[in-house]
Design a protein around this ligand. Structure first.
Ligand code: PNS
Length: 164
């Protein structure tokens, strides 16, 4: 069985992530979308909220599962039997850090390949941090995030702003 893991912060999931998931899912038997738990980043959404939003956005995609993980990604890949790690590349600026991460993961787990998909042009400018910044100033994020979770994302961003 070909299993791939698509890891990330997903804080929150964007249409760019969904694009990568929709294109990666047909390439494997099972795609695990894995939310990092022990994140150094100061996340807006709790892990459970991010997992829940991914599940809603991905409902109906039969070979896609949503999970969360702690610790090293390569350990998680080995535990789940994944042969591949999927990452999306939006722009040249992503390349340097992604190359470093893929090389380090390859060094730690030679049997696990990192597979890069180029984000579709439509979403190459979209990132979770931009969604949060635009949403935080009351801007329209409706064409950047899945419709099923837009209201939830807007509410979460607003709550975080109010707490400041
Ligand atoms: O969405 P992000 O924040 O770009 O995802 C980064 C992620 C979660 C893929 C990366 O930080 C990660 O794999 N973290 C787990 C810890 C780990 O394995 N670190 C070593 C990477 S070389």
């Amino acid at each position: 069985m070909r299993i791939a893991v698509y890891p990330g912060s997903f804080d929150p999931v964007t249409n760019g992530h969904i694009d990568i998931i929709e294109r990666a899912a047909p390439l494997c038997d099972k795609l695990i979308v894995a939310v990092l738990r022990n994140n150094n980043k100061n996340c807006t959404f709790a892990v459970e909220e991010r997992v829940g939003m991914l599940q809603k956005a991905l409902a109906g995609m039969d070979n896609v599962q949503v999970d969360s993980f702690d610790g090293l990604l390569v350990d998680y890949a080995r535990q789940t039997g994944a042969q591949a790690i999927i990452r999306g590349l939006r722009m040249v600026s992503d390349f340097e850090s992604e190359l470093a991460m893929a090389s380090m993961n390859k060094k730690m787990a030679h049997e696990v390949e990192t597979v890069f998909l180029m984000t579709s042009n439509t979403w190459s400018h979209v990132s979770s941090s931009m969604v949060k910044e635009i949403g935080g100033f009351g801007g329209d994020i409706s064409d950047m995030v899945p419709p099923a979770i837009r209201v939830e994302i807007e509410a979460g961003i607003k709550q975080k702003e109010d707490e400041r």
